[in-house]
Design a protein around this ligand. Sequence first.
Ligand SMILES: NC(=O)c1ccc[n+]([C@@H]2O[C@H](COP(=O)([O-])OP(=O)(O)OC[C@H]3O[C@@H](n4cnc5c(N)ncnc54)[C@H](OP(=O)(O)O)[C@@H]3O)[C@@H](O)[C@H]2O)c1
Length: 240
Amino acid sequence: MSRIALVTGGSRGIGAAISKTLQDKGYTVAATYAGNDDAAVKFTEETGIKTFKWNVADYEASKAGIEKVEAELGPIEVVVANAGITRDAPFHKMTPDQWNEVIATNLTGVFNTIHPVWPGMRERKFGRIVVISSINGQKGQFAQVNYAATKAGDLGIVKSLAQEGARAGITANAVCPGYIATDMVMAVPEKVRESIIAQIPAGRLGEPEEIARAVAFLVSDDAGFINGSTISANGAQFVV
Ligand SMILES: NC(=O)c1ccc[n+]([C@@H]2O[C@H](COP(=O)([O-])OP(=O)(O)OC[C@H]3O[C@@H](n4cnc5c(N)ncnc54)[C@H](OP(=O)(O)O)[C@@H]3O)[C@@H](O)[C@H]2O)c1
C-alpha cells in the first residue's frame, strides 16, 4: 500500500514539485494551500493530487484539516512542512505585523503541521518529517530578520524532533534551498534577481525539482539513519 504524504504549500512552487515527485515515487499525496483556489484547482486537474485548504498558522484549522486528510486517505506517514511566506523590510522599518505574520506561518505553522501527526507516527513506529528551511536561516539576510529567524528556528525544530523521535522510527530533517525559480523569487525586481544570481557560484537559480529530489531521498527507507540533518541545496552560494 502506498504511503500517505502531506505537503503543506504543496500546490505551487517548490511544494508543487515535491508533491509531484512524491506522487511519481508512489506516495499518495495531500497538498495543502492557503487561499489561491485557482492555482489549487489547476494543480489537481493537472496532477490528480488532492488539495486541502487551511491556514498553517491556525492550530485548530491544521488539526481539523489533518483529520480530514486522514479520514479520506489514511494515516499520514510523511510530512513535508513547506508552506512559507516572506514579508521583507529592513529592521528599522519592519512592523510588528510583518514580524508576527512570518513567525505565525513559517515557525508556528511548522509546529501546527507536525504536532497533530506526531502521536500517530509514534504509535505506528514510523514517520518521515522534512521541513523546508532556507539558506537565509543559515546565514541571515538583509531585510529578513523575521524570515531568517523562522528558518533558523525550523532547524532547531528538526534537530530536537530527531532526538525525540529516533527510538520511535521517526526521522526529522531539513532542506535549506538557496534561491529557487518560484513565484516567491520571481516576485523580486529583476535587478535584484540579477544581483542574486551573480552571488551564486553555479551561475543560476535552482529548480524546484532539485529541492523535491532531496526531499524524496530524505523520506525514503534508504534515509532511515539520516536524522536531524540539514541538506543545503544552493549552488554553493553558502557552504556550511
Ligand atoms: N523560492 C525560494 O527561492 C526559496 C528559497 C529558500 C526557501 N524557500 C522556502 O520554500 C518554501 C516554498 O517556497 P516557494 O518559493 O515555493 O513559495 P510560493 O511559490 O510562494 O508557494 C507557497 C505555497 O505555500 C502556501 N502557503 C503560504 N502561506 C500559507 C499558509 N499560511 N497556510 C497554508 N499554506 C500557505 C501557498 O498557498 P497559496 O497558493 O494558497 O498562496 C503556496 O502553496 C517556503 O517555506 C520558502 O520559505 C524558498
